[in-house]
Design a protein around this ligand. Structure first.
Ligand SMILES: [Zn+2]
Ligand SMILES: [Zn+2]
Length: 522
């Protein structure tokens, strides 16, 4: 969801505010503002019904908590979709975009920040929804505590017990809303802020854009690279990540890093209010690279499972996945941008009516975005699922010895150096960790839904693959060979396409669609 939200926000901010159509139903911008306000209120009302229903049910029957929460999550997802639909309706049908372009005007053209104003109904509706969901979340928290007595009586798994023992206070409404804002919206807003800075600079210094487009493009690319390099710091700051305290677990992970010859600048903890069990690695350079675990993962997983998850993240780095994704996405945007601008100009050219510059720019931008999204879903989805599997295998290796008939490990010293071993115990540890990720996060093991599985295969399929490896270790070597061939072929194809485009452009320096396309992308 955050990735799609990010794309959505960028798309809304991409065009100039003047592009939004005048509504058919009124001539008054103030009426449009009132209509947008009404959509915000309606989506707030929807959130209230979702939250109210679950709160009442939880107070009556706390023992049904798990089922009620599943229904509540579904209700929230539906509300989120309706909220977005309302926002699109307000923006384009009810005239919010048009009203902003009309009202947000000084004597010398529009005031800065018009795009932020255009986004505001969405942001306000979102904050309103969180403020309302607070009641339901607090009720769920309290229900968990009322169940504590029964939990202590036994019957539940260990990790459920530690989870239910979370601190009793739930915090204030304001702190809950701020927490959500920081976790869910801050990162999605980062590309929006970059885009808006570029647009504001363009408005402030229009002559610079006309006179020296090369300098501007160079500066733009340099700025994007700098933000990319500083990403670990930005993420750490925005999500409020803190270093993992010294102790046996940290010591174990550091020893594991040394054994696997992996370098990172710190191991951080992400406080999600016990919301999810997850881990990630951020940063390409070893001296600015963090491995991040969420609070819930550290509470619910055993040390060997945490080490296996750590191994998965190390696997991403050891296989150079981030670098590959970066090269793949850059080359793809370049090639697709070139193709789409050329094809778009071919089908805009013969139209019976003339399009002005802005509209034809708009046509190529929209087609580029559509093609890029489809391409990312299909090709990047396929690539990323293979890379996840590679990382899974490395996670198994991180907690494996070299004996193919191993029946268990006495202590950590049994693990093979550099991740060279792959044994049944290691594979089983990793499978257990995967099962827990599904159970703790409430993800369906086999049918997680498209939004959760396009990038990572379903947990069921990942486990199935590891079980095949468990039966026959040769499956792994065969898989690695196929992935290597696929990645090499993909890189070769993209590389030759980029080379062809550069050659073609060198021959015809007059028009420069690559620059136009990449300029638009930014
Ligand atoms: Zn991964
Ligand atoms: Zn072993």
């Amino acid at each position: 969801m955050p990735f799609l939200l990010m794309v959505f926000l960028v798309l809304v901010c991409l065009p100039e505010p003047e592009i939004w159509p005048k509504p058919l139903w009124t001539d008054s911008p103030l009426a449009c503002v009132a209509a947008a306000g009404l959509t915000v209120l309606l989506s707030g009302l929807h959130a209230f019904f979702v939250a109210h229903r679950v709160r009442m049910a939880l107070e009556k029957a706390p023992e049904l908590r798990e089922q009620l929460l599943t229904r509540y999550e579904r209700g929230r997802l539906r509300q989120q979709i309706v909220l977005l639909a309302f926002y699109v309706l307000a923006l384009s049908g009810l005239g919010w975009g048009w009203a902003v372009a009309r009202l947000w005007q000084g004597n010398n053209g529009p005031w800065p920040g018009a795009e932020l104003l255009i986004l505001s109904p969405f942001v306000i509706a979102q904050i309103l929804a969180w403020a309302i969901y607070y009641d339901a979340e607090r009720a769920a928290h309290q229900a968990a505590h009322r169940l504590l007595a029964e939990v202590r009586a036994g019957g539940w798994m260990d990790w459920e017990r530690t989870h239910a023992a979370a601190p009793a206070s739930f915090g204030s409404r304001a702190s809950y809303v701020l927490f959500q804002l920081r976790q869910k919206l801050a990162l999605a807003f980062l590309p929006v802020l970059l885009l808006l800075t570029a647009k504001e600079l363009q408005r402030l210094f229009p002559e610079l854009w006309k006179e020296s487009p090369q300098t501007v493009n160079f500066l733009g690319i340099a700025a994007v690279l700098m933000v990319f390099a500083a990403m670990p710091w930005i993420v750490r700051l925005m999500l409020g990540l803190t270093p993992m305290p010294p102790g046996p677990l940290r010591g174990r992970l550091e020893a594991s890093a040394r054994r696997l010859r992996f370098r990172c600048s710190n191991i951080l903890v992400w406080n999600t209010r016990h919301g999810m069990a997850n881990a990630m690695v951020i940063g390409i350079l070893p001296w600015l690279r963090y491995v991040v675990f969420t609070d819930r993962l550290l509470e619910d997983f055993t040390p060997d499972e945490i080490e296996a998850v750590f191994g998965h993240e190390v696997g991403h780095v050891r296989h150079h996945h981030m670098l590959y994704y970066f090269g793949f996405l850059t080359a793809s945007i370049l090639v697709l941008g070139w193709l789409v601008t050329h094809i778009a100009s071919a089908y805009v050219g013969p139209l019976p009516f003339a399009l002005d510059n802005q509209s034809s720019d708009c046509v190529s931008a929209v087609s580029l975005v559509a093609v890029l999204l489809a391409y990312i879903f299909v090709v990047f989805g396929f690539l990323s699922r293979r890379c996840e599997r590679q990382a899974d295998l490395f996670g198994c290796r991180a907690v494996s010895c070299t004996s193919p008939h191993c029946r268990g490990h006495e202590n950590v010293d049994d693990f093979a150096p550099y991740g060279q071993g792959l044994c049944p115990t290691g594979i089983n540890t990793f499978i257990r960790a995967l099962e827990k990720v599904a159970a703790v996060n409430g993800i369906s093991r086999d049918r997680p839904g498209f939004l959760q599985s396009w990038q990572h295969a379903s947990i069921g399929r990942r486990i199935e693959f590891l079980q095949q490896v468990l039966l026959d270790l040769r499956v792994e070597r065969c898989f690695q060979r196929r992935v290597f061939l696929f990645k090499a072929l993909l890189l070769l194809t993209l590389g030759s396409a980029v080379a062809c485009i550069l050659l073609q452009e060198a021959k015809t320096p007059a028009i420069d669609p690559i620059r136009a396309a990449t300029g638009k992308e930014r």
